[in-house]
Write a protein of this length. Structure first.
Length: 346
């Protein structure tokens, strides 16, 4: 018997807050039809992300499974039916008891069934960009695969940009395609969104990379550019030593400087959305405000940001930023003014 829309909604609504509280905070602002597609797309991206991050598979096995997912999604984007045996093989041997992310992974078949109920114009874009994400992640599966003695880093800034593109730039493209299809955006809005969508994703991901350095290091990975580390006479191991603070501080300043322009683009992207679509604008601007405030926290505490424990915005800060966005969401001038107020603290 086919699952009802209500049970589909229940599945999605059960998992969203369990796998990401931040996303759960912002997705509620989108209108229902668009929210259903974005929610489901997000969970599909979490499936790929869980495969990339798992310490329970070798690098080769992670790459193999991500490439299976890539092939599955790109074939689906061309109208081919899912091979549910292939879906099952993607999560084989990974225990759902490990975490909510692993439980979601174990229920991938159910997720793919729900994906197939979305409007064709929505799901084909989701398959395309999530497929590209999975394929790109396969290239980087060497970072964090299984138990490591050394800490793997990215090669240089170009490699950092490429990694962040696969993890989040693809999401920027995916969301843009969903927005354009859903609202039939044309002309300047269409062209502007297409131009800025990649940078939007890179900005949010680079902030995640910076704030997650201590946690990623525990998994044997460092998603920061090795050439900038070397420039400051550092490596991934040195980043955990408080005694290296004289090197860490200018390194963090440079990394923050490379990240902020992407967030500038993210604000410009948000302001392209017509002012009456306040829910979409809230969905976009809240993560940007959280990201720039996180960079302020990182720059104020650069050594802790690298050595740990990980820095995190307080609930009070999150509430303040959401409130600020709510009061300004209908005005491009006010959205930008508040962003610049936060940015000027850097």
């Amino acid at each position: 018997m086919a699952k009802t829309d209500k049970s589909n909604d229940s599945f999605i609504q059960e998992y969203i807050p369990r796998v990401s509280r931040t996303f759960a905070l912002t997705i509620k602002f989108l209108p229902r039809g668009l929210r259903n597609s974005v929610n489901t797309a997000y969970l599909l991206c979490r499936v790929a992300d869980t495969l990339e991050d798992t310490p329970y598979l070798s690098s080769i096995e992670k790459s193999t499974r991500l490439l299976k997912l890539n092939d599955l999604l790109l074939c689906a984007a061309k109208g081919k039916c899912f091979d549910f045996n292939v879906i099952s093989s993607i999560y084989e041997s990974l225990s759902p008891s490990e975490s909510d992310d692993y439980k979601l992974l174990s229920e991938s078949v159910r997720l793919f069934e729900i994906l197939d109920t979305l409007p064709v114009s929505h799901r084909n874009g989701i398959y395309k960009w999530a497929g590209e994400m999975a394929g790109g992640m396969a290239d980087y599966s060497k970072l964090g695969g299984g138990k490591r003695i050394s800490i793997a880093t990215l090669r240089d800034v170009e490699d950092w940009n490429r990694y962040c593109y696969y993890v989040a730039g693809t999401v920027g493209h995916m969301l843009t395609e969903l927005f354009i299809k859903h609202y039939d955006f044309k002309n300047e809005i269409y062209r502007g969104m297409k131009k800025l969508s990649k940078s939007f994703g890179l900005g949010l991901q680079k902030v995640n990379v910076v704030k997650d350095v201590p946690d990623d290091r525990e998994r044997g990975s460092c998603y920061l550019p090795g050439d900038i580390l070397s420039k400051h006479c550092l490596d991934a191991v040195g980043l955990k030593e408080k005694s290296e603070s004289a090197k860490i501080i200018p390194f963090v300043n440079e990394i923050v400087g490379l990240t902020v322009p992407h967030l500038d683009d993210a604000v410009e992207y948000t302001m392209l959305i017509p002012a009456h679509l306040k829910g979409v604008r809230m969905f976009l601007i809240v993560p940007v405000y959280l990201a720039i405030e996180t960079l302020v926290l990182v720059k104020s505490n650069p050594v802790q940001a690298m050595t740990g424990p990980p820095l995190k915005l307080s609930r009070k800060d999150v509430t303040r930023l959401v409130g600020a966005a709510t009061m300004r969401v209908g005005s491009n001038k006010r959205l930008m003014e508040y962003y610049l107020t936060l940015r000027n603290k850097l």
